[in-house]
Unconditional design. Structure first.
Length: 235
């Protein structure tokens, strides 16, 4: 009799797997915030994570409500829903704000992805896309990463601080930090800071603005930049 009473007092209800999934995806939703400051497109690619967290949390709550004596996990589901909503709406909202305000007035946004010709353009011998060629001698805004050990001072010596010239590359993965001869011409821009402007070597993202010069004659000449940015804005 005592054993039966004890069993009733400590009745076990399994934790809803949907609630667990919602909590996990809710935590992972923070990745949307991590990428929000650097790339709207990356945040959009991660948006399905909080969406899954929201759906899993909502479905698990419905199931728990329909079977309150058989399932537990309401708190986990609510936490997952809250974190997922924060990641989805807060993260994408912040990413959209950064994207809308990061380009200084008078500059045209461009990117390394736009520099790369598609297959049709390559077959037609257009190794720099026509819309990119239209930006020649124009003020543009582009984001990228400093390739390590490419910094040069005003005096022309290699430096890590007070850098006035360096190579801006598409990303900081193996694509652009391997052998320089393997980095495609459309994945690199030679940055020349104008006036007294300098910057320091960093592994973070650089936001650059300035006059873009395109040297088509260098497309087949390794070691010679096709894209040069005379930068008057760096952040």
């Amino acid at each position: 009799m005592a054993g039966s009473d004890l069993g009733d007092d400590f009745e076990y209800r399994p934790l809803s797997t949907g609630a667990i999934a919602s909590a996990v995806f809710g935590v992972l939703s923070s990745l949307v915030f991590v990428t929000a400051g650097s790339s709207l497109s990356s945040s959009l690619w991660l948006a399905p994570i909080p969406v899954v967290g929201l759906v899993a949390g909502w479905l698990s709550l419905q199931k728990i409500r329909s079977m309150p004596d058989q399932l537990s996990g309401r708190a986990a589901a609510l936490i997952g829903i809250l974190l997922s909503a924060l990641g989805l709406f807060g993260g994408l909202g912040f990413a959209s704000y950064v994207h809308a305000t990061e380009v200084p007035e008078g500059y045209t946004r461009t990117s390394f992805y736009e520099f790369r010709p598609d297959q049709v353009e390559e077959r037609g011998g257009k190794l720099v896309p026509p819309d990119v060629l239209e930006l020649d001698q124009k003020q543009v805004f582009i984001k990228g990463f400093m390739r390590p050990s490419t910094g040069i001072s005003k005096a022309g010596t290699p430096v890590r601080n007070h850098v006035s010239q360096f190579l801006l590359v598409r990303d900081n993965n193996q694509c652009c930090f391997g052998d320089i001869s393997d980095v495609k011409y459309y994945d690199q821009v030679l940055v020349q800071l104008t006036g007294s402007k300098t910057t320091n070597e960093s592994g973070g993202m650089f936001r650059m603005g300035g006059k873009l010069r395109i040297l088509l004659q260098n497309v087949h000449r390794k070691g010679h930049p096709v894209f040069i940015l005379e930068a008057d804005y760096v952040k």
